[in-house]
Write a protein that binds this ligand. Structure first.
Ligand SMILES: [Ca+2]
Length: 178
């Protein structure tokens, strides 16, 4: 083996070891909030006071069930808030936009275009969401808080109904050892 061949081998081995070493650390660096850690979930309103559109559906783990604020409240200023039982280091927020049951349900209702996230220490993070049904992750870098509030600022207009939908709002907690 010549010098270059040996060097390439060393680099490959180094990358392999780096991946082996870092992957478990990364995987363990944060975790999803469990149901036991949620105190409650509230919102500025929900459509027709019908339980089927209530804020609890934003944390039920199902894309096909959204929180839907009242039509007069939905396009701007409507908010949803997850209250935690205790102050925790929040690492990221995961959002699934719209009525993500299927493409049709998605398009015939408003989706969130811009919002801001608010935390207990007063920090506010403006966010812009993509107009699709994927899980969108927002890093917030260990903000210590016992709640996360999302306030809607702007929407992608629907082709039919005047209702804004949010399918899921997930909270990821940083592990204390990292
Ligand atoms: Ca849901």
């Amino acid at each position: 083996m010549n010098k270059i061949g040996f060097l390439v081998l060393v680099i490959k081995l180094g990358i392999f070891l780096l991946i082996c070493f870092c992957s478990p650390l990364y995987a363990a660096s944060h975790r999803s909030l469990t149901a036991d850690e949620v105190k409650d979930i509230t919102a500025s309103s929900f459509l027709d006071n019908n339980d089927i559109w209530s804020p609890k559906h934003a944390i039920d783990g199902l894309s096909q069930t959204p929180w839907v604020p009242h039509r007069d409240d939905g396009a701007k200023g409507a908010w949803i808030q997850v209250n935690l039982k205790q102050t925790s280091p929040i690492q990221k927020i995961g959002l699934i936009n719209g009525f993500a049951r299927d493409e049709t349900a998605f398009k015939i209702n408003h989706r969130i275009r811009r919002a801001r996230l608010v935390f207990a220490d007063g920090q506010e993070i403006p966010i812009k969401l993509k107009d699709d049904m994927s899980l969108q992750l927002i890093e917030v870098n260990r903000i210590s808080s016992d709640f996360v509030r999302l306030i809607i600022e702007d929407i992608y207009p629907s082709s039919k109904y005047p209702h804004t939908c949010l399918a899921e709002m997930k909270i990821y907690i940083a592990d204390s050892v990292n």
